[in-house]
Write a protein that binds this ligand. Structure first.
Ligand code: SF4
Length: 366
């Protein structure tokens, strides 16, 4: 089946209508569902799903935008790294516009730092090959989805004996962030729309703790309208029957145990450690740093930098947005001082940021 025909199945209005009818029948009591993933937030708003759901269902966006949850301290470190004489700092496009405490990588580049946008860590590896012996640092950002590709680049650099390639890892793990949001009890969450791409790597078993420890159902799904509506229906069914479980509504990609070669690459290169999240603070065992055996590829171990105590942009409420505490239009800077052209906080920069999604698809929602 062609990709186009496959996509049509998941954008089919008749299937969407049938799912909506069932959702409207079952959702008689108010519930709040959180979509963990920023990709889901964009899809939900792009397809106008909140307007199709019954008023009893509230959708909240979660912390699943890796650029957004990168802390100001981590960005400050990356900027300091980019300013080390001779270094080429490489990263994904979104990252260079994210504001740190006093500027961004884009500003550091304008002031003379050699900052380059790449599409994958393997591009950074090529830059290291072409520019040896100049040191090349790849700023690794992302969840379980991107960490395996960075691990693969480190393994390739080791195999090639390419010792001018390094990684500044800000990789984070998604289950601890979800657990932290439930632990604080700041907002009541009745069900979680689980992240499809992350779970393709981790496997759906990684979310068992949601029903087992918190009695919260989870439905993992993809990014097309029928995927999302099916996930909502599965959650509403589990809530109505008081039988929380993990449902895999994305079987075309997700398996219970996930992608084991990808997990093995991560396990080989990274160790799990405590890290800071924007909006969530320091979370135990929630991030990935290079193992001591790979410290020669660790940018911050090779080129230690000192940065001052971080501060978030004044007035920016990204932390509240990332915890599902407020919807972006509640921030008084939304679409006023803060726009995708002139972002104040990271949630307006990233292609997965909730503020950028609301700006793009729901501006009239202010
Ligand atoms: S609208 Fe801008 S300033 Fe407000 S929370 Fe979002 S990113 Fe931060």
């Amino acid at each position: 089946m062609s990709v186009q025909r496959l996509l049509q199945r998941f954008r089919d209005p008749q299937r969407a209508r049938a799912l909506l009818e069932q959702i409207h029948t079952l959702a008689v009591h108010p519930v709040r569902l959180m979509e963990f993933c920023g990709g889901h937030t964009h899809a939900i708003l792009r397809y106008g799903i909140p307007d199709l759901l019954p008023a009893t269902i509230e959708l909240s966006s979660g912390p699943g935008c890796p650029v957004c949850v990168t802390s100001a301290h981590e960005i400050d470190q990356a900027i300091a790294l980019a300013r080390v004489p001779g270094i080429i700092l490489t990263t994904f496009g979104d990252m260079i516009r994210v504001p740190g405490s006093h500027g961004s990588l884009a500003e550091a580049k304008a002031q003379g730092a050699d900052v380059r946008v790449v599409y994958s860590p393997l591009d950074a590896l090529s830059i290291a090959e072409q520019n040896a012996p100049r040191p090349v640092a790849f700023l690794g950002v992302g969840f379980e989805t991107t960490a395996p590709t960075v691990a693969a680049a480190v393994i390739a650099a080791e195999r090639q004996g390419l010792d001018n390639f390094t990684v500044c890892s800000t990789h984070k793990l998604t289950p601890p962030a979800t657990r932290a949001i439930l632990e604080t009890g700041e907002i009541a969450i009745d069900g979680i729309i689980g992240p499809g791409h992350v779970t393709t790597v981790t496997g759906s078993d990684a979310w068992r703790f949601l029903p087992d420890d918190y009695g919260v159902p989870c439905s993992i799904t993809g990014f097309e309208p029928v995927d999302i509506l099916r996930s909502v229906l599965e959650l509403v069914k589990m809530i109505a029957s008081s039988q929380p479980d993990v449902v895999n509504a994305y079987t075309r990609s997700v398996q219970p145990r996930g992608n084991q070669p990808a997990q093995q690459a991560m396990e080989r290169v990274f160790e799990v450690t405590d890290v800071d999240w924007r909006g969530l603070g320091r979370l135990t065992q929630s991030g990935l740093h290079l193992r001591p055996a790979y410290s020669r590829f660790d940018a911050l171990a090779r080129f230690p930098v000192d940065v001052a105590a971080p501060c978030d942009p004044p007035g920016c409420r990204c932390g509240d947005v990332l915890r599902g505490n407020i919807r972006p239009p509640t921030c008084h800077l939304f679409a006023r001082g803060c726009t995708p052209q002139h972002p104040i906080g990271p949630c307006m920069v990233s292609a997965e940021g909730a503020c950028a999604a609301y700006y793009q698809y729901a501006l009239e929602d202010r």
